[in-house]
Design a protein around this ligand. Structure first.
Ligand code: ZN
Length: 364
């Protein structure tokens, strides 16, 4: 996520905070008394403890995911809560159910522990230099209880929505399960929106919008994951790649660009891949330097590559991580094909809601 800063890592998972979260801390420090009851350090401490609870919640999802061999990319804290990013979706519905339920279960457990501690210590508890009244513990207990219950609402993007999809997925295809779970989530959001309107509650209206958009994003994401799921780079790559050599000019590249379908060109020195000329570089160089600029002077040398057997989801991940919209596909160090974001879009269009397994085997 852009504008996120790593603050450390827990159990090998990077924990990041979004810039807006730091702004929230500053806001609480100066104007906290009107927002969370107390301002200054006391208010900041409260918010930090709330988000420590969120990290605990996300970490629980992450641990179960990791148990099933799913890599957790990072945990990001936003002012509205936390997000644990997984490298791939769960293989089976049962895994999704258990990963989703782990978060609310952890929050419920934490709420119980906090309630227990508050009960033992009574009125005053001291945490390091700050005198923390038991009311703060009681508030934290309530926060964790709300975190557990709110997330159990069966609507995307809450955990309850994932549990619902997992349960439906036991009987239906992933695509149908997602459709229905998204529908339930959006129905819930619409009811909440009108309730918020009726009671003039801005908070409810905001939550309704958040749920509605979250459900929609989930459907899009799932649609892509389902149609790309199982496919390898080989199935969607352009195999008849038009290439350049380092000594050619941008003018020659521009000619190929206009007369063919390809927009980005791998640069080969003999049979070795040495660079890449993207459509952006091509256009910019032509406009600024003219057609006589030599390819080797402007080609990029730092770009992601993948193998034929790399999954399409991983290729998409490489694109998102590097910001590159083109990934050359190699086999034994030799260029075999090219995958562009456009190409993934084409594959998605063809195979959305249909099994394109036959494409996997039709090439040698
Ligand atoms: Zn959760």
């Amino acid at each position: 996520m852009k504008w996120s800063f790593k603050i450390g890592s827990i159990l090998g998972i990077p924990v990041k905070v979004h810039a807006t979260f730091l702004l929230l801390l500053v806001l609480i420090f100066f104007a906290g008394s009107s927002l969370v009851g107390t301002g200054g350090m006391q208010g900041v401490l409260f918010v930090v403890l709330v988000f420590a609870s969120v990290v605990f919640h996300e970490l629980s999802h992450s641990m179960v995911a990791r148990y099933y061999g799913i890599n957790v990319v990072d945990i990001t804290l936003l002012p509205i809560g936390g997000v644990a990013r997984m490298a791939s979706p769960p293989d089976r519905p049962v895994q999704e159910i258990l990963i989703a339920i782990a978060g609310p279960a952890a929050s419920l457990f934490l709420a119980f522990c906090l309630w227990f501690i508050a009960d033992i210590f009574g009125s005053d508890v001291t945490i390091s230099d700050f005198s923390v009244k038991s009311s703060l513990l009681a508030e934290l207990t309530a926060v964790n209880l709300v975190l557990a219950l709110f997330n159990l609402i069966p609507a995307f993007p809450m955990d309850g929505g994932r549990v619902l999809r997992g349960v439906l997925g036991l009987y239906l295809s992933p695509f149908m399960a997602t459709r229905i779970a998204v529908g339930v989530g959006q129905g819930f959001a619409i009811v909440l929106f009108f309730l918020g309107f009726f009671y003039m509650n801005l908070f409810m209206i905001l939550i309704a919008l958040f749920v509605y958009l979250g459900a929609e994003a989930e459907e899009r994401q799932m649609g892509i994951m389902v149609s790309l799921g199982g496919a390898t780079a080989q199935a969607a790559m352009i195999s008849d790649v038009d290439t350049l050599n380092p000594g050619q000019t941008i003018g020659e590249a521009a000619e190929r660009f206009c007369r063919g379908f390809q927009g980005d060109f791998p640069v080969l020195d003999g049979s070795t891949l040495v660079g890449l000329v993207t459509r952006e570089i091509l256009t910019e160089t032509l406009h600024k330097g003219g057609p006589s600029v030599v390819v080797s002077e402007v080609m990029i040398k730092d770009f992601p590559t993948a193998l034929e057997q790399t999954s399409l989801i991983d290729v998409l991940q490489k694109m998102q991580d590097s910001g590159s919209k083109t990934v050359p596909i190699l086999s034994a160090g030799k260029l075999k094909g090219l995958i562009t974001l456009e190409q993934i879009g084409r594959y998605n269009m063809l195979c959305s809601g249909y099994s394109c397994d036959f494409l996997q085997t039709s090439k040698t």
